[in-house]
Design a protein around this ligand. Sequence first.
Ligand code: NAG
Ligand code: NAG
Ligand code: NAG
Ligand code: NAG
Ligand code: NAG
Ligand code: NAG
Ligand code: NAG
Ligand code: NAG
Ligand code: NAG
Ligand code: NAG
Length: 497
Amino acid sequence: MAVHILLLLLAVSVATADEDAFIGANIGTELSDMPHPTQVVALLKAQQIRHVRLYDADRGMLVALANTGIKVAVSVPNEQLLGIGQSNSTAANWVSRNIVAHYPATNITTICVGSEVLTTLPNAAPVLVNALKFIHSALVASNLDHQIKVSTPLSSSLILDSFPPSQAFFNRSWNPVLVPMLNFLQSTGSSLMLNIYPYYDYMQSNGVIPLDYALFKPLPPNKEAVDSNTLVHYSNVFDAMVDAAYFAMAFLNFTNIPVMVTESGWPSKGDSNEPDATLENANTYNSNLIRHVLNQTGTPKHPGIGVSTYIYELYNEDNKPGPLSEKNWGLFDANGDPVYILHLTGSGSVLANDTTNQTYCTARDGADPKMLQAALDWACGPGKVDCSGLLQGQPCYEPDNVIAHATYAFDTYYHQMRKDPAACNFNGVAAITTSDPSHGSCIFPGSLGKNGTMANITAPSLNSTISDSSAYKIYGSSSLRSILTVIRLLVWGVVFL
Ligand SMILES: *[C@@H]1O[C@H](CO)[C@@H](O)[C@H](O)[C@H]1NC(C)=O
Ligand SMILES: *[C@@H]1O[C@H](CO)[C@@H](O)[C@H](O)[C@H]1NC(C)=O
Ligand SMILES: *[C@@H]1O[C@H](CO)[C@@H](O)[C@H](O)[C@H]1NC(C)=O
Ligand SMILES: *[C@@H]1O[C@H](CO)[C@@H](O)[C@H](O)[C@H]1NC(C)=O
Ligand SMILES: *[C@@H]1O[C@H](CO)[C@@H](O)[C@H](O)[C@H]1NC(C)=O
Ligand SMILES: *[C@@H]1O[C@H](CO)[C@@H](O)[C@H](O)[C@H]1NC(C)=O
Ligand SMILES: *[C@@H]1O[C@H](CO)[C@@H](O)[C@H](O)[C@H]1NC(C)=O
Ligand SMILES: *[C@@H]1O[C@H](CO)[C@@H](O)[C@H](O)[C@H]1NC(C)=O
Ligand SMILES: *[C@@H]1O[C@H](CO)[C@@H](O)[C@H](O)[C@H]1NC(C)=O
Ligand SMILES: *[C@@H]1O[C@H](CO)[C@@H](O)[C@H](O)[C@H]1NC(C)=O
């Protein structure tokens, strides 16, 4: 028994180690209705997403991410790569403007220099390694090189003959760039960044890759892919690709560079010629991917070495050109509503979908004004709702009518009663709805706010009267949530921190 407890403690302490693999989210911004940075951050917090990758170094986002504890990977966009790779002072300026100005309030941990440069912008290839070095030197000059790592996300299409993984190698045409790049990554303790898309591998395989193998679904043993050289069984495409990267690096004599997956995901909707871009498959892939990464299983080549992964992507990007699938890689829509509910039972606290099913209690349409007034009086009196926000000059005074005021009081009471449906009745003049009645600076209990900022709900003290302004946090569903969070964090060893 004692041995078991010891093992358990060891397991927990390993799970809390800094180098544990994490799940993050990529934040693409090609939305017609891109949420305000504070809304983005509110979503990240509600969903307990502790790691994000930006495709640039947007000032608004970096400011909104300050003091949140969220770890941030920022990017040098491809458009800026030529300038930075050709001039160390341009690189130094970039670092001072986009990194030094925000660190440490914003916990920038990683700089991605360009995105799939060799495959999408080959003419910048000759300056890629210089760009990495110049950015790194600027970090050294600011004494930030230990806190912030520099690398460049590669397309997995650079890895040829990726199955069996033990025979994989990088496209040799790129060795003149890749060898000095790997030298740089090795000497700076950085990761090889790889974008892995089993969706495309599956689509392009013409039936050779079974869908289940791409989706991490269990395969019968006779269907598992076996590496004939190592006799290792691969049960999913993701692991095979990561191991292919390890072998491709080993082929160039680099054996101690970890792999980080900067993009992976599955689209939830596609054109008629993309029949496997479905809600069901996207949910299965991302749910299994998250569980797989957080389980710290590692890959057959490096068991127990987890592979940190940024999911592609946080939002559906409706402005993306190309096939319908391109617009549908997101976990959430622009309102922050989940596109699907991940199956994450037992996988800890990430993507807790807490923001779904947000409900409010409002005055019923066409309710008798006298009955509303009576209910309002009761709520602000015996009901112990803090109605000070309804006083003249306060945020919820306007519109000054009984329907609006009653709605505010009803909703506050309802949240005070932990959204018990029975608390939203008021003699039949109240009704539960899912649309947020907040307006202007009048933020309702339960609301994520106009900017997505969590409502700072105040509830009455036990001695409260209408004009009592003493502020106590409401013990609505959020207190239960935070207790659950604490438990999850304890159980899961703060893997996202
Ligand atoms: C850029 O490189 C030149 C020549 O190597 C060096 O003298 C200069 O200090 C560097 N500047 C910065 C900002 O690193
Ligand atoms: C940033 O995150 C790293 C990695 O978890 C952590 O070690 C460090 O203390 C954090 N830095 C700040 C300034 O919060
Ligand atoms: C290897 O890279 C070169 C240069 O981009 C490209 O022309 C060639 O098609 C690639 N080879 C394969 C097999 O993808
Ligand atoms: C890797 O190392 C081996 C043994 O030291 C050497 O023979 C081989 O040429 C090296 N390969 C590369 C690509 O540097
Ligand atoms: C982690 O993976 C191992 C091996 O696949 C499996 O036995 C175990 O149940 C998984 N644990 C969790 C928590 O998913
Ligand atoms: C997300 O919501 C679904 C449906 O309400 C629930 O079954 C699931 O446990 C939730 N996931 C997490 C991680 O809380
Ligand atoms: C919302 O709540 C309803 C009723 O409680 C439930 O049937 C539904 O699955 C929930 N939806 C989500 C997305 O959690
Ligand atoms: C919303 O954002 C705007 C602009 O940043 C700011 O002026 C306003 O105070 C914010 N409102 C809330 C409720 O946070
Ligand atoms: C919430 O209210 C408290 C006390 O009034 C204040 O200190 C805190 O800054 C507020 N938080 C937000 C996010 O507005
Ligand atoms: C409530 O009133 C009692 C007696 O007047 C006082 O002792 C107590 O501190 C008050 N409690 C709060 C939370 O204001």
